[in-house]
Write a protein that binds this ligand. Structure first.
Ligand SMILES: Nc1ncnc2c1ncn2[C@@H]1O[C@H](COP(=O)(O)OP(=O)(O)OP(=O)(O)O)[C@@H](O)[C@H]1O
Ligand SMILES: [Mg+2]
Length: 262
């Protein structure tokens, strides 16, 4: 479903600020794979997701999505195949528009019907039903402006917008990191439910190693712009946080931050 081949990216090449962010990254996800991504600060995790989404252009390498070479494709042309969530709950929704309008935009964009065709009554019923699945009571607040929602509610809505038309790929960049622990767990469970139910191929960056091993079926470990380890199958099933830390130290020169272990 997703193939990254020899992706390299250096920022500010030839200047004192030169920084090699991605150094020959190779990654292959099969349809329905839910891969968690871990690595220390600056390992290149967000850059890798940015390159996949087309926000950054790689210096070299190839990106294949669903059998198509999307490397030369601009970000906005990849957007209808790729759903994305960031750490900041304020990104991804239009604050002055209602829940219904936000969902409507996401739905029409995905369906390629264009704004002109508008939404139908059946769409409203569908939105209510979909919102009810979140278990946050948002189905009764369709006319509420999104800026009035809490961070967690807003992130849940963004998740719904990113997946209301099932994307080929879902990219999550620490999307629960800015939420309080209870809300973060709630959003993580909702995410897991949506991803599994729709079998969405997903890459999820997290700083929490427990989460990285608990959710999904693969764990990608990055260090200094490289994928240094991919855990899957029995090896992953039997993996503990302690063992993964040992493996991490053996494969990288990076130190573990406390945040990753907690
Ligand atoms: N737009 C940019 N311009 C210049 N350098 C950048 C840019 N984005 C990232 N970098 C650099 O590339 C490297 C990788 O950054 P990246 O944000 O991908 O790390 P990360 O693994 O997501 O880290 P974190 O866990 O802190 O989010 C870092 O050294 C960073 O400073
Ligand atoms: Mg990052």
């Amino acid at each position: 479903m997703l193939k990254l081949q020899d992706i390299r990216l250096t920022f500010h090449r030839g200047t004192v600020n030169e920084r090699r962010a991605l150094d020959c990254v190779n990654l292959h996800l099969s349809p329905g794979d839910f891969a968690t991504v871990i690595g220390s600060n600056g390992a290149g995790k967000s850059t890798m997701l940015n390159v996949i989404a087309g926000s950054y252009e790689a210096d070299s390498g190839k990106i294949l999505l669903d059998g198509e070479d999307i490397t030369p494709r601009k970000e906005y042309k990849r957007a209808n195949k790729i759903g994305r969530l960031f750490q900041d709950p304020l990104k991804g929704t239009a604050p002055n528009m209602t829940i219904e309008e936000n969902l409507g935009l996401a739905y029409l964009r995905g369906k390629k019907r264009g704004m002109g065709s508008g939404l139908k009554k059946t769409d409203e019923a569908f939105f209510k039903e979909t919102l009810a699945c979140l278990g946050l009571g948002l189905e009764d607040r369709l006319k509420t402006q999104v800026k009035l929602l809490s961070g967690g509610q807003r992130q849940a809505l963004t998740l719904l917008m990113a997946t209301i038309v099932t994307p080929k790929l879902l990219l999550l960049d620490e999307h629960t990191a800015a939420l309080d622990p209870k809300t973060a767990l709630q959003i993580m469970r909702i995410t897991d439910g949506i991803v599994r139910e729709n079998q969405i191929t997903t890459l999820m960056i997290t700083h929490n190693i427990k989460d990285a091993l608990f959710y999904g079926n693969k764990t990608v470990v990055m260090s200094q712009g490289r994928v240094v380890l991919i855990l899957e199958g029995e090896e992953r099933a039997g993996m503990t946080v302690e063992r993964l830390m040992q493996l991490y130290s053996a494969n990288t020169q990076d130190a573990f931050s406390d945040k990753m272990i907690l």
